[in-house]
Design a protein around this ligand. Structure first.
Ligand code: GLV
Length: 335
């Protein structure tokens, strides 16, 4: 049987890439930046599988051009770039890479939280740019205490819970909002209290966002909610940019409704250089790198390979996000 054709939209970390190249007839987009949509469409024409990143928009236009396409293996936990409902209708499997990036992403949410609370990035710039002229001053670069503060978790899934768990070491009070409550034993272990959305915004000193991007969470952080927050509070976003209304956030930061924000994600990525948020001092920014550790990215690529191999061997891929697709295209050995 001929090897299935797999189009991979970027060079992946080595171990996963090696498996894909050995097991499949793989073609990889060679550039650092994403392939244009036209290129994805062209390559999808005779592909059995696509390996995608969160910056690749995969929708009906791609599916229309791809009669042989059977599976999309995304290297990310989030998959809002893929029209999953449309894929399911057409019998196309969609997989993601959950779990392996939970702790790494939680580490980074904490890096951002600490950086904004204690002005780490500002302080670095202050020293390097020669502004440090007085050795020590009682009011130089004051920030806010993290220990003992209230951490608000918006979205208490795997990553939100891992962020909350770290807060215990800082003796923080933990509140959270999620449509699904944490298991009672986890709530107990963390001393976490489930609150309604407005209470979360009102009471949090640090609000860390961990919801997926859906119709329900789009701009869930908006002007109305930001106005509920404490003037001394901070927002940390390592989920998806469009969860936060950036225009409202800009107003909130500029006019002092909140103290600061640390953002790994933006409504548009890369964020344009004329994004007014970048002019503010009370933000810390990063280029969507919360899961970017050597170990985790390598594991994510391996998971992509495992999902593909399972599917083409006729087994259910371990990280299938649309299991209802099995009724439409039953599993069968394809190589
Ligand atoms: C990264 O943002 C991911 O969804 O894995």
């Amino acid at each position: 049987m001929a090897k299935p054709k797999v189009y991979v939209t970027r060079e992946l970390p080595e171990r996963g890439m090696k498996i894909i190249k050995e097991r499949f007839d793989a073609e990889v987009w060679p550039e650092y930046g994403p392939p244009p949509k036209d290129e994805i469409i062209r390559k999808a024409r005779d592909a059995d599988a696509l390996v995608t990143l969160l910056s690749d928009k995969i929708d009906a236009e791609v599916f229309d051009a791809a009669p042989k396409l059977k599976i999309i293996a995304q290297m990310a936990v989030g998959y809002d770039n893929i029209d999953v409902a449309e894929a399911t209708k057409r019998g196309i499997y969609v997989t993601n890479t959950p779990g392996v990036l939970t702790e790494t992403t939680a580490d980074f949410a904490w890096a951002l939280l600490m950086a904004i609370a204690r002005r780490v990035v500002e302080a670095d710039k202050y020293v390097r740019s020669g502004q440090w002229k007085v050795s020590w001053h009682p009011s130089m670069m004051l920030g806010r205490d993290v220990h003992g503060a209230t951490l608000g978790i918006l979205g208490a899934g795997r990553i939100g819970t891992a962020v909350a768990r770290r807060a215990k070491g800082f003796n923080m009070k933990i509140i959270y909002y999620d449509v699904i409550p944490m298991p009672p034993e986890v709530e107990k272990e963390l001393g976490a209290r489930r609150v309604d959305l407005d209470t979360l915004f009102r009471e949090a000193d640090f609000l860390s966002i961990h919801v997926p991007l859906t119709k329900e969470t789009y701009h869930i952080v908006n002007e109305e909610k930001l106005r509920l927050m404490k003037k001394t509070a901070y927002i940390i976003n390592t989920s998806r940019g469009p969860v936060v209304d950036e225009k409202a956030l800009y107003k909130a930061l500029k006019e002092g409704w909140i103290a600061g924000a640390a953002l790994d994600v933006f409504e548009q990525e890369p964020t344009p250089m004329d994004n007014p948020l970048l002019k503010l001092d009370n933000i810390v920014v990063a280029p969507h790198i919360a899961s970017a550790s050597y170990e985790t990215r390598s594991k994510m690529a391996e998971m992509v390979a495992e999902n593909l191999v399972a599917f083409f061997e006729g087994r259910q891929p371990p990280n299938l996000v649309n299991p209802e697709v099995i009724k439409i295209r039953p599993l069968s050995r394809l190589f």
